[in-house]
Design a protein around this ligand. Structure first.
Ligand code: ZN
Length: 197
């Protein structure tokens, strides 16, 4: 998937200089002189998820949980991603739930998994599935539920220009898919939480 040779920082800065010139401005003028370098650093941050291993993040688990077997929900995890079609920001929140089978993971790890997938070129549908599938595969819980709700700037600030619209995606695995009561319980928690945001 990755090309053989990773471009250097200098290559990337040169590319941004070209984009500025092509946009109609002068990359050598004072206000823009440092912009290609700043952009390169910003892009490193936007796409640092490629250097993270979401499965490794979930590897450390805790088993002393006194038989806890109810739903665990991390609500409203803010994330920033970029759509792979326009490289425009996707900004939203994630709700992640699972029902443990004998072991749990540190709750911050769920947020880190969301981030590891968000900081890549994405489409929201795929990201939703990746988060749920990874938690299911590594933790092997009774089930996993993920809801993502986000605004896509490729749609709100360009193209059809529809600010205020957001996209909701979800993926339910295991008991969340098979048991309507479990699913409803989770969705009620999400809905209640969304009202307060
Ligand atoms: Zn887009």
């Amino acid at each position: 998937m990755k090309s053989e040779k990773k471009p250097t920082r200098a290559d990337v800065e040169a590319a941004f200089k070209t984009i500025i010139r092509w946009s109609g401005d002068d990359p050598t003028r004072d206000g823009l002189k440092e912009t290609p370098a700043r952009l390169a650093r910003a892009y490193e941050e936007y796409f640092r998820g490629y250097d993270e291993d979401p499965e490794a993040i979930l590897k450390k688990t805790f088993e002393e949980i006194e038989g806890y077997d109810e739903m665990i929900v991390l609500r409203g995890i803010r994330f920033e991603s970029h759509c792979e079609h326009h490289m425009a920001p996707i900004i939203g929140h994630a709700w992640v739930a699972y029902i443990p089978r004998g072991r749990v993971v540190g709750i911050s790890k769920l947020a880190r998994v969301v981030n590891a997938y968000a900081k890549r070129l994405q489409i929201q549908e795929k990201m939703t599935a990746q988060i749920a599938n990874t938690i299911q595969q590594v933790l092997e819980p009774e089930g996993v539920a993920v809801v993502l709700k986000a605004e896509h700037q490729c749609m709100t600030t360009r193209g059809v220009h529809k600010p205020g619209t957001d996209l909701v995606t979800s993926r339910m695995l295991g008991v969340f898919r098979d048991n309507p009561i479990t699913r409803q319980e989770f969705l009620a928690i999400v809905t209640e939480d969304q009202k307060s945001r």
